[in-house]
Design a protein around this ligand. Structure first.
Ligand SMILES: Cc1cc2nc3c(=O)[nH]c(=O)nc-3n(C[C@H](O)[C@H](O)[C@H](O)COP(=O)(O)O)c2cc1C
Length: 226
């Protein structure tokens, strides 16, 4: 085994979370999240990955609110039935000896309107070829509300005893839409930078950090804020 590979199989640490080694299963939406089976299929899928040796599993993106769902088969964290499914997932993964992080997700302009009859929202009303609609531009107040949704999702993760949360900030979804603002395209997009997600003191970052400081937390947690 090369030295690099030996390092891969050494214990690792993310914040206070200790991993047995550094092989982490990346987030993958499975299409099982909204299945009405009390989480049986979802839990079975992840338990198999623990048995396969994953050091840490990151769930597929869980929408922090209905407007951020990427389709009708997405789990929405405010939905009680999904919370029960996630609870079963966490218990099953822990019983199998694994660690699991909840990925907090908001599709922004890529959200699917037909899922819940909600028009997608985004930092700017730029047409999306993926969702085939022009999203509604978020107001400053609404941006703070989305930040609160992420914070609530993180608190729920603590309550459900996930080992960590991951904030989905890539691949063109909502946070990426804020971070990829191009001033030359639209001045209004520039203004969004001041109230957006990308500053340590932005409503999003503050809310997420406040949530992670929750005194009821019993497990080591780490939030990745872009
Ligand atoms: C079916 C499928 C679902 C995915 N769902 C998510 C997701 O929910 N969240 C996320 O951050 N990435 C998601 N991804 C992206 C993967 O985590 C990964 O970044 C991507 O597949 C590239 O890695 P790879 O080259 O190892 O495949 C998904 C990928 C696939 C194929």
């Amino acid at each position: 085994m090369t030295p690099e590979l030996r390092h891969l199989f050494q214990p690792g640490q993310i914040g206070r979370l200790v991993l047995p080694h550094r092989v982490v299963m990346g987030p993958m939406h499975l299409g099982l999240e909204a299945r009405d089976d009390d989480g049986a299929a979802l839990a079975a899928f992840y338990a198999e990955r623990v048995r396969g040796g994953a050091g840490l599993i990151v769930t597929g993106g869980a929408a922090v609110g209905r407007a951020g769902a990427g389709g009708a088969r997405y789990g929405v964290l405010t939905d009680r039935a999904f919370q029960h499914r996630l609870s079963r997932v966490v218990d099953t993964v822990h019983e199998a000896g694994g660690l699991i992080a909840l990925q907090l997700f908001h599709a922004g302009r890529y959200a699917v309107e037909s899922a819940f009859g909600l028009r997608p929202v985004a930092p700017s009303p730029v047409y999306s070829r993926l969702s085939r609609c022009e999203p509604r531009e978020l107001s400053t107040v609404e941006i703070a509300h989305v930040a609160d949704e992420f914070a609530a999702g993180a608190e729920l993760a603590q309550w459900l005893e996930f080992d960590a949360v991951e904030v989905m900030g890539s691949e063109g979804y909502l946070i990426d839409q804020v971070l990829r603002i191009r001033p030359e395209v639209d001045d209004r997009k520039c203004q969004r930078r001041d109230t957006g997600f990308d500053h340590p003191r932005s409503p999003f970052s503050v809310a997420a950090r406040r949530s992670m400081a929750c005194p009821t937390a019993s497990r080591p947690m780490r939030v990745t804020v872009p």
